[in-house]
Design a protein around this ligand. Structure first.
Ligand SMILES: [Fe+2]
Ligand SMILES: [Fe+2]
Length: 305
């Protein structure tokens, strides 16, 4: 059996101190939004409860689907690199970036490169890379037992009032070949992507621009599981594919308290096993409980195939 923890949208706090030049960009909007709204709902104590709960369960692997930081300050990348290494080793946590991790255009080196150990493949396949910058590191593939984790980047430098994402033709083509290849070799395929992958799953301003194309790739090549974040809420969609049912799950932010329109922080535990020639996937949702201040199981179910 293979166990996987999925969490997303950490939105690490506190926001480091900023200088005026830091804010002469789209960051100004994010800075205001952080101080006016987000700061009061993302709490380190809640994030720590989630992390402690994951560590107690000791899953075989962790999938972290983006928005680790808030306005892509260089200091945030350093802070998050420290946080990542205190959470776990690079080969234990697979990360894919979100829109807040590419909030403004920043070179690879002072930015995402600091987390590259968590975005490095270890299964060398045609059309995938073991490492590289944002334009070529994805998709990456990691093999754990008979499970293949495929990391995608939908993170782009979106315009001032946008939070959307794009995969692009090269990544979509590489994904299709990768999924077909992995299926032929008998792997259970888990895709990690920040934005909800299907058309209509996010409002236009926040959506994946090539969701229709991705849906087509998924239908043609198949995948067992697609994990995403971005909407900060529990989501589950099914998609019929050429190789069976793909289940698509989104999780709440891992650091947030319950608000009027969004659930409290949660993470999902997946237990995947091969049973009489069929894949079996059991899911347990672990959520932060406001009343007790601790993590509780809010749902347990198995996936249909
Ligand atoms: Fe987010
Ligand atoms: Fe996001």
């Amino acid at each position: 059996m293979f166990t996987l923890a999925h969490l997303s949208d950490v939105h690490l706090s506190p926001l480091p101190s900023v200088s005026l030049p830091d804010l002469l960009s789209k960051r100004f909007i994010g800075y205001l939004s952080w101080h006016l709204r987000r700061k009061s709902i993302h709490e380190n104590a809640i994030l720590q409860a989630v992390i402690n709960d994951i560590k107690t369960r000791a899953p075989d692997h962790v999938a972290l689907t983006g928005d680790l930081v808030n306005i892509s300050l260089v200091k945030e990348f350093d802070q998050a690199a420290d946080w990542l290494s205190s959470f776990g080793a690079p080969d234990w946590i697979s990360f894919v970036p979100g829109n807040h991790d590419t909030y403004v255009k920043l070179p690879w080196e002072p930015g995402l490169a600091k987390w590259s150990g968590h975005m490095t493949g270890d299964l060398n396949m045609p059309s995938t890379r073991l490492s590289g910058n944002i334009s070529m590191a994805f998709p990456y593939v990691r093999q754990r037992k008979n499970i293949a984790l495929v990391g995608l980047s939908s993170a782009i430098n979106a315009r001032w009032n946008k939070a959307g994402g794009t995969l692009g033709t090269r990544q979509l083509e590489a994904l299709e070949q990768t999924l077909i290849n992995l299926h032929q070799r008998g792997f259970y395929r888990i895709i990690m992507i920040h934005h909800p992958p299907l058309p209509g799953q996010a409002i236009d301003r926040k959506a994946l621009s090539d969701a229709s194309e991705l849906k087509q790739v998924l239908q043609t090549a198949g995948a067992e599981l697609v994990l995403h974040g971005h909407n900060h809420k529990d989501m589950h969609a099914r998609l019929e594919t050429a190789t069976g049912m793909a289940h698509i799950f989104g999780v709440p932010s891992a650091s947030v308290k319950k608000t009027s329109n969004k659930p409290a922080a949660a993470w999902y535990q997946y237990q995947i096993r091969r049973n009489k020639g069929e894949w079996q996937t059991d899911i347990e949702i672990r959520s932060f409980d406001d009343h007790s201040g601790s993590m509780i199981t809010t749902s347990k179910f198995s996936l249909d195939v």
